[in-house]
Design a protein around this ligand. Structure first.
Ligand code: SF4
Length: 415
C-alpha cells in the first residue's frame, strides 16, 4: 500500500484541515531536519516508489506511467544515491521496507537485485526486516519469482483486483485473471514466504454474487494476506471522467455495503483474521509496514512522489521522474505540511481505530488531553460508546462490528 498524504477511511479520502503547508521546505532533507527539531524522529519503515507500469489503469491516481524511454537503470542509480544521503536521518535499523508504485517488478530481475542489495548496503536494517514488493501478476515469470525468493523478499503483493473479465475491463485493468494463479504458484515455487492479493469491490456494474466469486477464487489460491477495498473514484482519473460523463455508473451505497459485508463474512468463515478495516491475514501474516502507517509512525520515502512522515511533518517527493532524476541526492518535494497538535491527535484516532485491535486506553486518554478539541472528542467518544459503535475493553478502545459498518462517520467525529 502506498502511503498517502490524504487520510482515508474505508477507501474514502477526506480533508483533515488544519495542517500547515510550508513553503520553506524545498527538499526531503529540509523536511527531515524540521521533523528532527521536533524531537525523537525515528524512521522504522522505508517506502520506495517505483513509478513504472505496463499500462495505466483508469481508476489509478498513483504516480505511475508506461516508460517509453527505458529509464530503469537511471532510476535505480538515482534512488541509491538518495538512499545513501538518507542515512543522515535513517540511523536506527529499519523494521520494514515496502517497494511499491507503480509496478516494481517492471524492473528486470538484475536491476531489482541492484535496488534491493543497494538499499541493504546503504541503510541500517533489522535482521528480520520485512520486505514487501508489489507486483502486477503479468510481470511474474519464473526468473522474477526466483529472484524475489533469492532476495529474501518476505511478502509479494499482487494486484488481482477481480477475476471477472467484465469487471477488470470496467477498471481498465490490463491483466488476464488466469495470470494471478500462475504468479502465486511461481512465487511459492521461488520461495517467497507470503503472498498478498489485492481485491477491489464495488466496481461499476458489480454485484454481490460477482464479489462472492472473486473472494472464493482469491481464497482458493491460499494467500497469506488479502486486502479488499471499495473502489474509489479519485479526482482526475479517466474513470471519474467517465462517471461524470455518465458512461459508467457507481454501484449503490447499499450494494457496496452488501459487498463489503460479504467479504467480511466469507473471509471470517475461511479463517482469515481481519486486522484492519480492509485487511485480512492468516497465520499471523499481517503487514507490519501498513501497521506502521496506521500507528502514525515515522517512515522515510524514496523515489518520485514517495511520501514520508515523521513527528507530524509530512512531505511528498516531486511526482515527475524527469525532475527527480535531474536533482538530488535529496529529493525535491512537491508538498510538505507541518501538522498542528490537534490535527495529529485527530489523525491518531482516525488511523488507530481503523485497526481492529483499536487504541490502548492509556493512549486514548493521553490523546484526549492534547489538542484543542479534547472535550468535543471526549463527548463524541461517549456518544459512540453509548450507541455501541465503539467498545471499551480492558486494554483497548475499538470499533465494534456495527461501528465498522459506519466507520466513516464515527472516525470523522474524532478527526
Ligand atoms: S498497475 Fe497499479 S500502479 Fe499501475 S496503473 Fe494499475 S493500479 Fe496504478
Amino acid at each position: 500500500m502506498e502511503p498517502t498524504t490524504a487520510i482515508s477511511v474505508s477507501g474514502k479520502r477526506v480533508d483533515d484541515g488544519g495542517a500547515q503547508a510550508t513553503s520553506k521546505i524545498q527538499s526531503a532533507h529540509d523536511a527531515a531536519i524540521i521533523a528532527e527539531s521536533r524531537g525523537g524522529a525515528r524512521y522504522e519503515g522505508l517506502y520506495v516508489h517505483v513509478p513504472f507500469c505496463r499500462h495505466k489503469c483508469h481508476y489509478c491516481d498513483f504516480y505511475s506511467f508506461v516508460d517509453s524511454e527505458n529509464r530503469g537503470a537511471a532510476f535505480v542509480e538515482r534512488l541509491l544515491a538518495e538512499a545513501a544521503a538518507a542515512v543522515r536521518f535513517v540511523r536506527e535499523p529499519l523494521t520494514s521496507v515496502f517497494v511499491g508504485g507503480g509496478t516494481p517488478t517492471m524492473l528486470p530481475p538484475p536491476l531489482l537485485r541492484e535496488l534491493v542489495e543497494g538499499l541493504r548496503a546503504r541503510l541500517p536494517m533489522a535482521g528480520d526486516v520485512e520486505w514487501t514488493i508489489e507486483a502486477n501478476p503479468e510481470t511474474i515469470d519464473s526468473a522474477m519469482a526466483e529472484e524475489l525468493g533469492a532476495l529474501a523478499v518476505r511478502r509479494v503483493s499482487l494486484g488481482a483486483q477481480s477475476f471477472d473479465r467484465t469487471l477488470l475491463r470496467a477498471l481498465e485493468r490490463d491483466h488476464d485473471p488466469a495470470s494471478v494463479a500462475r504468479a502465486v504458484s511461481l512465487l511459492r515455487a521461488g520461495g517467497v514466504p507470503q503472498v498478498n492479493l489485492d481485491l477491489i469491490f464495488a466496481a461499476p456494474g458489480s454485484t454481490v454474487e460477482q464479489c462472492a466469486v472473486d473472494v472464493r477464487t482469491a481464497v482458493s489460491l491460499s494467500p497469506d494476506h488479502l486486502s479488499a477495498y471499495g473502489l474509489v473514484y479519485e479526482p482526475n482519473t479517466p474513470l471519474t471522467v467517465k462517471l461524470r460523463q455518465g458512461t459508467v455508473q457507481r454501484v449503490s451505497d447499499d450494494n457496496e455495503a452488501a459487498q463489503y459485508e460479504h467479504v467480511v463474512r466469507a473471509l471470517a468463515a475461511e479463517g482469515f483474521e481481519r486486522y484492519e478495516v480492509s485487511n485480512w491475514s492468516r497465520g499471523g501474516a499481517q503487514c507490519n509496514h501498513n501497521l506502521l502507517y496506521w500507528r502514525n509512525g515515522d517512515w522515510f520515502g524514496l523515489g518520485p512522489s514517495a511520501s514520508s512522515h515523521a513527528r507530524g511533518v509530512r512531505w511528498r517527493n516531486v511526482p515527475r521522474l524527469g525532475d527527480w532524476l535531474e536533482q538530488g541526492p535529496s529529493s525535491p518535494v512537491q508538498d510538505a505540511e507541518v501538522l498542528s497538535e490537534d490535527v495529529q491527535v485527530g489523525e491518531a484516532f482516525m488511523l488507530g481505530l481503523r485497526v481492529v485491535r483499536g487504541i490502548e486506553r492509556s493512549r486514548v486518554e493521553q490523546l484526549l488531553q492534547r489538542g484543542s478539541n479534547g472535550e468535543r472528542r471526549r463527548a463524541a467518544m461517549a456518544r459512540h460508546l453509548g450507541a455501541g459503535l465503539l467498545a471499551q475493553g480492558a486494554t483497548h478502545v475499538q470499533l465494534t462490528e456495527r461501528g465498522f459498518q459506519v466507520a466513516d462517520s464515527v472516525l470523522m467525529d474524532l478527526l
